[in-house]
Design a protein around this ligand. Structure first.
Ligand SMILES: [Zn+2]
Ligand SMILES: [Zn+2]
Length: 208
């Protein structure tokens, strides 16, 4: 089924085909995802632990139908993920892997909630299966916390990307041209910019 998403102000709209996407949802607590939210001044998109609730998407299943001209992208590092957001209201929309050969876009669950409610998102994509990179979590450790990434989840992601590749859902991607170049020229953060964001993120903890 087609599931609608949009940015907070509604200028960017799109939809995804949800078939086969249940069971992959996970919260990422890594300091890069936290730094990204702080860069956009959207710490309000993070949960109490600094986590981002992510729904993995096969690139060809994601369509941006309105507001592509609002979309911008950054990379925290020169070879980092393409973190794509709506410039109009600084809403994170999707994180694409650095290479077009890795067919995966992580979409924040919250962009689906406006049109489908939180309960609707749970029904469509299933509950959060893991809270990864909890070594950077703030506060008390949440349930399903993993210090890094569980082996089980890694296997799942490999299966996800192989399925995308061999089912043809790996391309086209809204974030790559057919030649494999990014559709949105990314801004790469300077070391100073990156480092200025770190104190806002959870620091490495030793209890996990
Ligand atoms: Zn917007
Ligand atoms: Zn992350």
């Amino acid at each position: 089924m087609q599931v609608a998403f949009e940015c907070d102000c509604g200028k960017v709209k799109g939809s995804v085909e949800s078939k086969g996407l249940k069971g992959y949802r996970a919260v990422c607590l890594c300091d890069d995802c936290q730094a990204y939210a702080h860069y956009l001044k959207r710490a309000d998109t993070l949960d109490a632990n600094g986590g981002t609730d992510i729904i993995p998407m096969m690139p060809a299943k994601m369509k941006i139908t309105e507001g592509m001209e609002q979309m911008k992208s950054i990379r925290l590092y020169r070879a980092g993920m393409f973190r794509c957001y709506a410039e109009c209201c600084k809403t994170p929309i999707g994180n694409a892997m650095a290479s077009v050969k890795m067919p995966y876009i992580g979409m924040p669950a919250r962009v689906f909630e406006k049109k489908n409610s939180a309960k609707g998102v749970d029904d469509i994509f299933g509950p959060v299966t893991e809270r990864m990179q909890a070594r950077f979590a703030k506060g008390e450790l949440p349930p399903l916390a993993q210090g890094k990434v569980s082996f089980k989840f890694m296997i799942k992601v490999v299966k996800f990307m192989l399925t995308a590749k061999f089912s043809g859902a790996g391309s086209p991607s809204p974030f790559f041209t057919s030649e494999g170049n990014p559709t949105l020229e990314p801004y790469v953060l300077t070391k100073e910019e990156r480092e200025s964001l770190r104190p806002l993120c959870g620091s490495l903890r030793t209890d996990i």
